[in-house]
Design a protein around this ligand. Structure first.
Ligand SMILES: *[C@@H]1O[C@H](CO)[C@@H](O)[C@H](O)[C@H]1NC(C)=O
Ligand SMILES: *[C@@H]1O[C@H](CO)[C@@H](O)[C@H](O)[C@H]1NC(C)=O
Ligand SMILES: *[C@@H]1O[C@H](CO)[C@@H](O)[C@H](O)[C@H]1NC(C)=O
Length: 324
């Protein structure tokens, strides 16, 4: 009878392990900025800060310097650095730092006399570092990060805090792929602490933010792809791809539930059968024990074993015992 609990235990374990992969797959869809990609994005920020600062050789204040010697494993990423006095940034802003328009009134804290704004265009690396399940990027991820500009050979700097007190920073994306028919494009902002936020696109290509961080324009990939043939085929295939992936996930979950149930039924049948078998065996054992007992009795009678047995069997006294 101890067999039953251990079988149930085994069943629970089997079901648990079977459900593990699908649970893991789900959680990575639910929480887009999984901790590993978040760490990778932070490491990339630190690396790009170094390359941006290397471009600042005897820099002129207010001039944009492109980083030119990025390692070959980062081909496709563009980085620039802009060094400014905090006071001038607060009074005048900076009209056009590539796609970014920085309004006046921007305050960095803690206070530094000079700061460096690092610009990033992640290009075809955007989805690698800022994966956003169920969304398709219509523009590359752009970054704007503020650092202390007093020591240009500093590495591993942490970002300054930025507060846009008189109007938001604008990001005017240069090339935005057209959204699939009927889908609404959204601005997405990734904060430095791993948060993210969606907002509306204005003027077809502009996002606004009071914060530094990473920006792009996205569209939900579940949206029906454009029925028109040629021009915007870009986002449609990947949208279908993700739909298929979701379908696959659903089937995996359904499959494991059905499989688990089938296993449960099989195991229950096994338990029932084993109980029956055990009972049968016990009965057989008892019968055999009875026979053996009889045999022993016969044996003890000695030479006259056979006739004695027949006598015992044919003796009517057994019946008489029960008779009234
Ligand atoms: C720096 O890169 C930007 C694109 O990110 C480009 O528009 C600009 O012309 C480049 N400037 C120089 C001096 O190469
Ligand atoms: C690129 O390669 C360098 C070594 O050449 C390495 O330190 C760095 O981590 C690599 N970066 C990425 C993003 O793979
Ligand atoms: C981006 O494109 C460059 C070539 O332009 C390539 O070397 C690099 O591997 C690509 N990056 C990714 C993540 O596909």
């Amino acid at each position: 009878m101890k067999l039953l609990p251990s079988l149930i235990m085994m069943l629970v374990l089997v079901l648990y392990f079977e459900s593990l992969p699908s649970v893991r797959a789900q959680s990575s869809t639910i929480y887009p900025g999984s901790s590993s990609t978040r760490e990778e994005a932070k490491a990339l920020d630190a690396l790009l800060q170094q390359y941006a600062y290397r471009a600042l050789v005897n820099p002129k204040t207010g001039t944009i310097y492109n980083a030119t010697h990025l390692p070959s494993n980062l081909t496709g990423i563009e980085v620039a650095a802009l060094r400014l006095r905090s006071g001038s940034l607060r009074r005048k802003g900076f009209h056009a730092y590539n796609e970014f328009e920085i309004p006046k009134g921007l305050i960095a804290s803690p206070y530094v006399e000079r700061l460096v704004l690092v610009y990033q265009n992640l290009g075809n690396w955007s989805t690698r570092y800022y994966s956003l399940p169920n969304y398709t990027y219509l523009a590359p991820v752009l970054g704007l990060l503020a650092y202390d500009g007093s020591n240009l050979s500093a590495t591993n700097l942490s970002e300054l805090e930025i507060d846009a007190s008189q109007g938001p920073i604008l990001v005017k994306f240069r090339e935005v792929k057209s959204a699939p028919h009927g889908a609404v494009a959204k601005c997405v902002w990734f904060g430095l602490q791993g948060s993210s936020n969606f907002s509306n696109v204005t003027g077809g290509n502009t996002c606004s933010s009071s914060q530094q961080g990473h920006f792009s324009i996205v569209v939900p990939s579940s949206a029906t792809p454009a029925p028109s043939p040629a021009p915007n085929e870009g986002p449609a295939p990947s949208a279908q791809g993700e739909g298929e992936k979701d379908n696959k996930k659903v089937w995996i979950i359904v499959g494991s539930v059905v499989g688990g149930l089938a296993l449960l039924v099989l195991l229950s049948l096994l338990v029932l059968w084993m109980n029956k078998y055990k009972k049968k065996k016990k009965m057989q054992q008892m019968e055999r024990a009875a026979e053996v007992g009889e045999a022993l009795q016969m044996a003890s009678i000695g030479d006259t074993k056979a006739p004695a047995a027949t006598v015992t069997r044919t003796q009517p006294t057994l019946e008489h015992e029960y008779a009234p």
